[in-house]
Ligand binder design. Sequence first.
Ligand code: ZN
Length: 152
Amino acid sequence: MADLRELYQSVILDHSRSPRHFGPLADASAEASGHNPVCGDAVTVWVRLEGDRIADVRFATPPGVGCAISRASASLMAVAVHGTTRGDALALIDRFHGLVTGAPGDTAGLGSLVALGGVARFPVRVKCATLAWHALRSALAAADAATPVVVA
Ligand code: ZN
């Protein structure tokens, strides 16, 4: 499976060097920041909701801060949840957490996120991989608090 490992490595390098959806979001519904003291990673995640849909999502790290794993994970996350519903994003957060903590589970539908599955073998890196996802969950919760959900 060496080829697959190389492919995963190249996905991580690509997203850490050229992060997608990088930079502040001016008209965000909510934002949340996270910090991983073990590695020194820091990330802020912005979301803009339109109804139940994540119309836009962006993230940023302070200049020179954050390891390749944390940056790639945030970038892959933003790509994965952009345009999805809040419910789908929350479900994906749980599935991604399972992936990087080695919980047995179906990886179908995780797409490029499976590139980070190898993190499960390195417990110290799990926080790097999940940092942006925790921030996303906090941002979605903050958006919920700001905009009461109307239940029909
Ligand atoms: Zn890190």
